[in-house]
Structures are given as C-alpha cells and as structure tokens.
Design a protein around this ligand. Structure first.
Ligand code: SF4
Length: 427
C-alpha cells in the first residue's frame, strides 16, 4: 500500500553492524517527560518523590511561571529521610492524603520515583497499591520511575504508559489503540485521517481524561506514534494486544507508510486510502521541499538522546536529501524501529548506547554540517564551530503527521540558515 517516489534502498540498516557503547552518557532523566505528560492527561497529577534537584529540573524544564494550580509537584526527601531517621513511607502517604483532600480534580495520581527515592529503596509500588485501595474508584494511584539511574529522557513517558497498561479494563472488541502522547491538535489530525478511512474504533493511550474509555484485549491492535515506547509495547503484548509494525509517522513518507500499515490491517480499499491521503501528502511534500533546499547535500550526526534518531535520520536522508554519518540511539528496539531501519540506506554508523568522549571524537573527526544532540553538548560543540540542533526540541514541538512535516524539516534547516547568516554578517 505504501507509495513513495523514492523506492526503498536495496540494503537498509536493519542488519547493519551496530556499535554498542556502554560508557558515560549525557542525557536528561525520565522526569522530563512529566512536562508533556501533564499537559496531555488533564486530570492527572505527577508527584515526584525526590530531592530539590528534581524539583529544580522540573521547574526549569517547564520553563514557565505557574499561575494556576499546577499538575505536578515534588515531595522533597530531606536528609533525615535519606538517613532513614524518619519513616519516609508514612510521610509520603500522609502527603498524598493532604494533596487529594485539597485537589478533588485529581483522578489519576502518579508517584514518580527518582534517584534519591531509589537509593533509599522507597517502595512506591506498595504506596500506590495502598492509596488506590483507599481512594478507588475516584482516584487511581500508579507509580513509575523517572530516575536518572534507570531512565533517560523519553523513557519517562514509556515507564508512565507501561504503568497504566495492567490497570486497563479488558475488552474483546476489535479495535485500534494509538500509543504515545501527542499534542491534542496533532492527535485529532491522526484520528480524523483514520476516521476518513473508516477506522473509527480507536482509543488513545494516554487518554486525555481518566474516564475516557481505554481497554485492551486479544482483538486490540496497536500502533505506536513514538519510537521510545519499548516497555509499553511489551506490556500491551502481555495483555494480548498485537503491534502493527510500521515506520514512525514523521514526514510525508513515514506518515503515509504508517497509515498504509493500518489501512492494510483494517482492509481499507486502495482508492479510499488515496482519496484520503492524496491532498495532505501533496501539502506535506510542498512544505518539506521548501525547508529541504537548505538541507540537501548536508551531513548530519546524531548523538543518542530522544530515541527519535533513527526515524528522523530516515526522514532527513530520504525526504530532505541529507547524508547521515552516524545515528546514535540510546536503545535499539528492532521490533519498533525495524521498518525505519529498512528504509534508511546502508552507510551511516548505527550506534546504541553512549560513550560520550569517544563519540565526541568521532563527531569532531567527521565535522558534520549538523549535529543533533542534547543541551549539554550543544554549547561546547557550537563553540568549536559545529552547527547543532537540540534534540529536546523534537519532543516539545508538534512534528508528527502530514501537517507538521514542513515544521519538522524546518527544525533542522533553521540552525543551518542561522549559521550561514552569521557567516555572511562576519564576512
Ligand atoms: Fe537528578 Fe535523579 Fe532527580 Fe533526575 S531523578 S533530577 S537525575 S536526582
């Protein structure tokens, strides 16, 4: 069903040798995901059980003054807790009782573990169970870890969604579940495209509200909208659901291939598929073409950060004419990324994990036109004359599906245009 002008490469990267690295890595921890998750789940509250560092990270990552009642907070573990001088477990439960009494709007409460809560082995699962017994059915209390010891950056969302799966009610209904937190407007675009194709038994995880019906069972098929959901993928399979593998919906090609996989699964006729997708595909191509003028022929190097690296390398090489030199990803789940790897032509070094000093050496030797990396590496590399793109922007900006394809390409072309403008000024 996939129709893209560029045929798939004769040799993709699915079986390419992978450079596995297990050294020091530079990424944010999984608490960062709370920033987009709390906007998505409108009656949820994220209570980080952590230190003042965790509270600081959240406040600065949110980057906004909070005027209304916030939907995330930090229960600060003090030195006495860490030294085991107080019963932190009881203290936490008391804190939750106070929060729920004050905030009747909360319907789902996530206790989010951090490095300090892990170090003192605070049993958040037990706390969540006890609190659920006390507050069900009005409030569901779940727990997951966002600690920097266990999770990187986008894995916080994965851990959060995976924690929700065992609590989902069972259904035998034939249905599609979209999995991944997208901005509402983007999610609506996807649901609209699916509805136009006649696929309308669709639920979304995470749902916007606790009461939105989301159930799972042996006749559920699911499609991922984010590549970093390996734990959630496994949890859904344990509940009997089946994954529909497809390239991720980035760019015109990725979106078309993602929709085509679902169209095939649900027996959508080719003529109907074309009628629904032809116009937005043409719009997406036009928008990408504009930004691609700056990108064509340029080289790109990805440090492992968001786990979006492989689908984005596929988009940049196939739709924007770039050449990928190295594509690093924190984890390589072939069950999820296989279809993107098939489309990524053999050539770039695929790397999993990180040994930051070695990777910096490779990057400096390669002198790419564009380096995609975390905030901590971007400034030093810019100072060395390399042009960088902050990976974190890719999860904070709407970039999925047809209508955002041009913006996605624009995120990469902007730093190159800025650098070119600075050179002109300096000349
Ligand atoms: Fe730092 Fe760990 Fe807290 Fe993340 S969870 S902010 S890495 S202390």
């Amino acid at each position: 069903m996939t129709r893209h002008d560029a045929p798939p490469p004769t040799r993709g990267c699915r079986d390419a040798p992978v450079l596995k690295q297990r050294g020091q890595h530079e990424v944010f921890c999984g608490l960062t995901g709370i920033i987009w998750l709390h906007r998505k789940m409108q009656d949820a509250f994220f209570l980080v059980v952590g230190s003042r560092t965790c509270a600081h990270l959240l406040q600065s990552a949110a980057g906004v003054m909070i005027f209304a009642e916030p939907r995330f907070g930090t229960a600060i573990l003090e030195e006495t807790d860490l030294a085991g001088l107080k019963d932190a477990q009881e203290e936490l439960e008391r804190e939750v009782e106070r929060l729920l009494a004050r905030r009747p709007d909360i319907r789902q409460l996530f206790l989010v573990g951090s490095c300090p809560s892990e170090v003192i082995k605070l049993d958040l699962a037990r706390a969540a169970e006890r609190l659920t017994l006390r507050h069900a059915p009005k409030v569901r209390v779940l727990n997951y870890s966002g600690s920097g010891i266990e999770t990187t950056f986008t894995e916080g969302e994965d851990a959060c969604l995976a924690s929700m799966v065992p609590a989902l009610p069972k259904t035998n209904e034939r249905q599609l579940m979209l999995v991944g937190a997208l901005p509402d407007v983007v999610e609506d675009q996807a649901l609209d495209l699916l509805a136009q194709m006649g696929i309308d038994k669709v639920s979304v995880l995470p749902a916007r509200h606790a009461d939105d019906p989301v159930a799972v069972g042996p006749n559920t098929v699911f499609a991922l909208t984010q590549p970093f959901l390996g734990g959630t993928h496994a949890a859904l399979e344990r509940r009997g659901a089946r994954h529909v593998p497809a390239p991720l919906p980035f760019g015109e090609e990725g979106t078309t291939a993602w929709l085509a996989a679902l169209a095939q699964e649900f027996g959508v006729e080719r003529a109907r598929f074309d009628a629904v997708t032809d116009a937005p595909r043409a719009r997406a191509r036009r928008a990408v073409k504009q930004a691609a003028e700056t990108l064509a022929g340029k080289t790109v190097f990805f440090f492992p950060d968001s786990q979006l690296e492989i689908p984005l390398a596929r988009f940049l090489t196939r739709e924007c004419g770039m050449q990928a030199l190295e594509v690093g990803t924190p984890y390589l789940h072939k069950a999820i990324l296989g279809p993107d790897l098939d489309l990524l032509a053999e050539g770039p070094q695929i790397a999993e994990g990180q040994d930051v000093d070695l990777q910096l050496e490779r990057c400096r030797a390669a002198r790419p036109d564009l380096t995609v990396c975390g905030l901590g590496l971007a400034n030093p590399l810019e100072a060395e004359g390399l042009t960088t793109k902050w990976a974190i922007e890719l999860v904070f900006t709407p970039v999925h599906f047809y209508e955002q394809a041009g913006d996605l390409a624009g995120l990469f072309s902007r730093p190159l245009r800025r650098r070119a403008a600075l050179h002109l000024e300096a000349a």
